[in-house]
Design a protein around this ligand. Structure first.
Ligand SMILES: Nc1ncnc2c1ncn2[C@@H]1O[C@H](COP(=O)(O)OP(=O)(O)OP(=O)(O)O)[C@@H](O)[C@H]1O
Length: 316
């Protein structure tokens, strides 16, 4: 499939990244464990808590790191140390290289020259336009906001017009306005037919940018596909609440009779309630308490950390 860009730039041919049984270990640490996925045009989010293996996976995709096991190809060619692949792929890494003494134009131009492009000036101009940094391109990077620096790095990664763009935590440290701008940019690149993969450890961030998501937990692919399906999986998981009231024992008996509750434990500090459905339980509790003239003093969801949500997905 071929998609034409709006501003008469060369047509973007869509590319497919294919991972089959990819693993990577560092000594005894298994950073990526038997990951199989396929990515093609559009924006995909790579979601996972810190240390899940996202950076390792992106670096393998970009051909900077060899898989310990498995195959990783871009349109059928292995990415590892393959210059032909580097020409079709761009990576915006997580660590921010400081080039504060350069202007955006100089920085992006240097990237164009590294790629030995036939007309580096024109390529740099196009990439800077694409990230809407033309007005500020002659200022030193040191004077930019975090968002502007990130856009400059995206321009440098896009200067050779790659079909695939990989971004490691591109929204880190951005304010909401900068975030929105970057989201718009990724959308337009995806709509133009490019294959875009960005990593994040923030659920809401991925939800706003991408309908398709790959979830990684402890090196493994825990879930993949449509965001809404995965979101539903996450919210439908069992929830645990700590409840304190004026009569915990009576409340425990009443709660056990409610269909939203799957388990109740009573101890000296109060109740630990397990519920299958978050909404149904939080709606039922006040009614149950009111009917028995029990006052609820505290209702706290427990174990709501992102890590626990992710772990649930792995176990599901
Ligand atoms: N060069 C290395 N040597 C040894 N262990 C490593 C190396 N790089 C990564 N790891 C380990 O591999 C695992 C995955 O790390 P990775 O950086 O890929 O995860 P991540 O999901 O990108 O996390 P973060 O968002 O915190 O960077 C971690 O346990 C990490 O400590």
């Amino acid at each position: 499939m071929t998609t034409l860009d709006t501003d008469a730039r060369p047509a973007v041919t869509t590319s497919t990244l294919d991972l089959v049984g990819v693993s990577r270990w560092y000594g005894n640490v298994v950073a990526v464990n038997d990951v199989t996925m396929q990515l093609s045009s559009g924006v995909t989010g790579l979601l996972g808590p810190n240390g899940a293996g996202k950076t390792t996976l992106l670096h393998m995709m970009a051909g900077f790191l060899a898989p310990s096991r498995g195959t990783l190809t871009l349109d059928g060619e292995s990415t590892w140390r393959n210059p032909g692949v580097y020409r079709r792929l761009g990576l915006v890494s997580e660590r921010e290289a400081v080039h504060s003494f350069l202007t955006a134009k100089e920085f992006v131009l240097a990237s164009a020259k590294l790629h030995r492009l036939p007309d580096p000036e024109a390529a740099a101009r196009r990439a800077i336009e694409l990230v809407e940094m033309t007005d500020a391109q002659d200022r030193r990077i040191g004077t930019y906001s975090k968002g502007m620096r990130q856009r400059t790095r995206v321009a440098a990664a896009l200067v050779h017009d790659p079909q695939v763009l990989l971004l490691d935590e591109p929204f880190n440290g951005m304010d909401p306005r900068q975030r929105l701008h970057m989201m718009g940019l990724l959308h337009s690149l995806g709509d133009a037919g490019r294959t875009i993969l960005f990593s994040s450890h923030i659920l809401e961030e991925v939800e706003q940018v991408s309908g398709t998501v790959q979830v990684m937990v402890a090196g493994r692919l825990a879930a993949s596909g449509d965001f809404r399906t995965i979101r539903r999986l996450m919210t439908n998981r069992p929830h645990v609440f700590a409840v304190r009231s004026t009569d915990d024992r009576a409340l425990a008996v009443a709660l056990m009779a409610d269909p939203s509750v799957t388990g109740v434990e009573l101890d000296k500090t109060g109740l630990t309630v397990r519920a299958g459905d978050y909404g149904a339980f939080t709606r039922a509790l006040p009614k149950i308490a009111l009917a028995r003239q029990i006052r609820v003093r505290q209702l706290t969801p427990e174990d709501e950390s992102l890590e626990s949500v992710f772990s649930y997905l792995v176990e599901a």
